[in-house]
Structures are given as structure tokens and as C-alpha cells.
Design a protein. Sequence first.
Length: 78
Amino acid sequence: MRKVYVAVNADFTADGKVLPRSFTWEDGRNYEVDRIIDIRPATSLKAGGCGIRYTCRIQGKEAYMFLEGNRWFMEGKD
């Protein structure tokens, strides 16, 4: 696996949470985040790197989005 940095549209709540709503994959396709299941500090064991891990439902599948500093990445296949 490798890191794929993605452009993300996110909401910022009054209590300081950052909630991703959609992202653009490296090929230019846009995806909506259907649901955020979990938010926690974690490491990407598959691609390396750490930050805040968002477990999300995207098109009916579970996927991780990571906020590493001020950049977003996801795990992509080699």
C-alpha cells in the first residue's frame, strides 16, 4: 500500500472538530463521505504515517482517511 494524498472538503464544528464530507481521488474522481464511523489518533499500518484516523463509509464500503498535520491521505494500492 502507499499514501495517496487527496483534496478534502471538510466541515469545522463550533467545538473544534474537523469532519470530512468529500474528497477527490488522484485520478480526479470525487467521492462523498456517507458516514463517519470513528475518529481517533492512529497509525496507518499499511501505508505508513500517522495522524487522526477517520473511519468512514464511502459508497457502502469502509475506508480510512488520515489527517496528518494539515494534509489528508488515504491508503492506495500499489
